[in-house]
Design a protein. Structure first.
Length: 95
């Protein structure tokens, strides 16, 4: 039987896949609108975040999914395609 945490992480991976799909439809453009208060509509930053989260969440299920480390390794370089040159692209909590 699959545990609820594992099922939740699978659902999150599915949402991240959907987000990545839509962010890749128009690469380099501002897919989120300028109303985006986190990254000001920079789709590249959102894409990098999505791949980073995918890699991180795969590491959480490595004991239940023996392919998780391979999947995390595949997602990590995608997150690093546009390496962050500063902390300006870090996701920060909004207060």
């Amino acid at each position: 039987m699959k545990r609820p945490k594992y099922l939740l992480l699978q659902a999150i991976q599915s949402l991240l896949d959907t987000s990545i799909y839509y962010l890749n439809l128009t690469p380099g453009s501002k897919v989120p609108s300028a109303d985006d208060i986190v990254y000001a509509g920079d789709g590249g930053k959102w894409l990098r975040l999505a791949y980073s989260l995918k890699a991180r969440y795969y590491l959480h299920v490595r004991k239940r999914d023996n392919t998780a480390l391979t999947k995390a390794a595949a997602a990590a370089p995608r997150a690093a395609r546009e390496p962050a040159t500063s902390t300006a692209s870090d996701l920060r909590p909004l207060h």
